[in-house]
Design a protein around this ligand. Structure first.
Ligand SMILES: [Zn+2]
Length: 387
């Protein structure tokens, strides 16, 4: 064997080892699961593909936790992890599934709405792959995902993503963004199939209210708010005013633009008889001028760059040394959701939705969201689901 050939073989071997070492954590992340305990209020767990068979067997298919009250009433569809790098909604809805009991009406809860995105990451931004939430019995580990579905599940991207059916030209990457693929279609891109299945669920089950939980940068004007189209605006305004008056936190209302297609707060209302709401809680981690994207920043929301920008009035939320902690963001989502259901029920008594056992803002801020997660090792194995 000549020397040149030996060098080439060694180089290929080194590149192979380095690539494999880099791939192992990503492979593990993609195949890891988060245990969720179906609590006392969960009456059945169905698959999203029950409403669109073209989703079956794909990474887009997910569990939907159904919580039916003893009394019939209205129905609500709640989803988190539409953007899996905005996890406050996931924590809020997991606490809902594990603790709440519905007295009247029905809730449908999709925890990892973009399941592929929750198994994706953003290496260029140095995203952590996981984050832990402390509880009385140990840590609960959550996957930290990305805004878009993984190219492993939907590829190749088009040069320009053409929204269906409005034909608006959007960025190529928005084809993998489940908040640009509403209302979807049964045989389109995988993410269009996901949103189509959710639309079918809402149309067939006659869902009254849809809530989509997000997080947004503190430097982005559409943050710390409820985004609502005209048909949902009154309820959103009442909910916003009530949480401000009764619970002391700001959460203004932003109108859903009529000419920006593909978003849940636009298309759900246009393509079903459902009132959509999209909740944005501030998430400093997503702002661009911050320090390293650490788990600490994700959880406590404290950052010196944002603090100095706040003093220059560059942020759209109040910001001080206390940052913007996860419990505050989760608590806001919980209280705003409860208030929207309450305001909807007031206006539509025959379709009212009533539940108990879901903590509000002050309780979550005081106790920490971890208090509401139960130990899967001590739960009935039949009630433990892996998301
Ligand atoms: Zn989002």
């Amino acid at each position: 064997m000549n020397k040149e050939r030996t060098v080439k073989i060694v180089l290929v071997a080194v590149i192979g080892v380095v690539t494999a070492l880099g791939a192992v954590p990503l492979y593990r992340h993609r195949h890891s699961t988060m245990p969720v305990i179906a609590g006392p209020g969960v009456t059945k767990v169905i698959k999203l593909s029950d409403y669109a068979p073209t989703l079956k067997g794909t990474m887009g298919d997910i569990d939907v936790f159904v919580m039916e009250g003893k009394e019939p009433g209205g129905k609500a569809f709640l989803m988190s992890d539409t953007h899996a790098n905005e996890p406050a909604g996931l924590l809020a809805l997991m606490a809902l599934v594990e603790n709440a009991v519905v007295d009247k009406g029905t809730l449908y809860v999709a925890l990892t709405f973009n399941a592929s995105g929750s198994r994706n990451t953003k290496p260029g931004d140095g995203y952590p792959l996981y984050f832990d939430i402390p509880t009385e019995w140990g840590q609960v580990r959550f996957r930290f995902g990305n805004r878009d579905a993984s190219p492993l599940d939907q590829w190749p991207d088009p040069d320009v993503y053409i929204h269906y059916p409005e034909r608006q030209a959007l960025s190529y990457v928005d084809g993998r963004n489940t908040n640009r693929t509403w209302p979807g279609r049964p045989n389109g891109l995988l993410m269009e199939r996901v949103t189509f299945a959710a639309m079918e669920l809402m149309r067939k089950e006659k869902v009254d209210v849809a809530m989509d939980f997000h997080g947004a940068e503190t430097m982005f004007p559409v943050t710390n708010c409820i985004v609502a189209p005209q048909k949902s605006a009154k309820i959103a305004t009442m909910a916003s005013m009530t949480v401000k008056a009764m619970e002391g936190f700001d959460n203004h209302v932003e109108p859903s633009p009529g000419n920006f297609r593909g978003l849940s707060h636009r298309e759900i209302g246009d393509y079903a008889d459902t009132l959509p709401f999209l909740m944005e809680a501030p998430i400093p981690f997503l702002d661009q001028p911050t320090g390293p994207k650490t788990v600490k920043l994700l959880i406590d929301g404290k950052d010196d760059f944002l603090l100095s920008l706040s003093k220059k009035k560059k942020l759209f939320v109040s910001y001080d040394e206390t940052g913007w902690p996860m419990d505050k963001r989760v608590g806001q989502h919980a209280s705003v959701a409860l208030e929207i259901l309450k305001q909807f029920s007031k206006k539509n008594p025959e379709r009212s939705i009533k539940l108990s056992g879901f903590p509000r803002y002050a309780e979550i801020v005081q106790n920490g969201i971890g208090k509401y997660f139960h130990d899967p090792a001590k739960a009935d194995p039949k009630s433990v689901y892996f998301e």
